[in-house]
Write a new protein. Structure first.
Length: 155
C-alpha cells in the first residue's frame, strides 16, 4: 500500500510504502505488558515511562527535557530484556538513594550493593523475585541481583 504524507519541515510531499510487518509476537506483547505493569512504581519515582508501541513492541522513554522530549528511547520486542533493563533501572535508583551523601556514592552499583547490610541485600533480592512474579518472568538464580550480559558482535 502506497501512502503520501506532507513533510512540513521540507515543504514537500513524500511517498512511503506501508508495511504490514509485525516486530513483536502477540505472546511477547502480552508478556511485555505484564512487565511494564509490574514496574509501575518506577515510572512514578523516576523520569521513565514504558509504552505499548503496537506492532513495533514496547518503548522505554527516559530523561524528558522540555521542549526537546525524551533523550533516550529503547524499543523492546521480548519481555526478558525489558524485565532485565527495568530491574536494573529500579535497582540503580534504590542504590543511589541509599548511597547518597555517603562515601560509597561514587562507587558502581555492584560495589554499592556489596556495601549494603545483608538484610538490605536480601530485601532487594526478594523485591526482584516479587517483580518477576508480578511480570510472570521466571528467575533461574534468585541470588543473582545483577544481570549478566553477553555482547554479541556481528560481522
Amino acid at each position: 500500500m502506497l501512502i503520501w504524507f506532507m513533510d512540513i519541515k521540507r515543504k514537500r510531499q513524500v511517498k512511503t510504502v506501508k508495511r504490514e510487518e509485525k516486530y513483536i509476537t502477540a505472546e511477547e506483547s502480552v508478556s511485555c505488558q505484564k512487565v511494564a505493569e509490574a514496574f509501575k512504581e518506577l515510572y512514578e519515582n523516576d523520569d521513565i515511562v514504558v509504552l505499548d508501541a503496537g506492532k513495533y513492541g514496547f518503548v522505554e522513554l527516559q530523561y524528558y527535557e522540555f521542549p526537546m522530549g525524551f533523550s533516550e528511547v529503547v524499543t523492546y520486542t521480548d519481555s526478558r530484556s525489558l524485565f532485565d533493563d527495568l530491574w536494573e533501572e529500579w535497582l540503580a535508583t534504590q542504590l543511589l538513594d541509599w548511597a547518597s551523601g555517603t562515601p560509597v556514592a561514587d562507587m558502581d552499583n555492584e560495589d554499592i550493593f556489596k556495601c549494603l547490610p545483608q538484610e538490605k541485600q536480601r530485601e532487594f533480592m526478594d523485591r526482584r523475585l516479587s517483580f518477576a512474579e508480578k511480570a510472570g518472568i521466571g528467575i533461574t538464580d534468585p541470588e543473582q541481583v545483577f544481570v549478566e550480559r553477553t555482547l554479541v558482535l556481528s560481522d
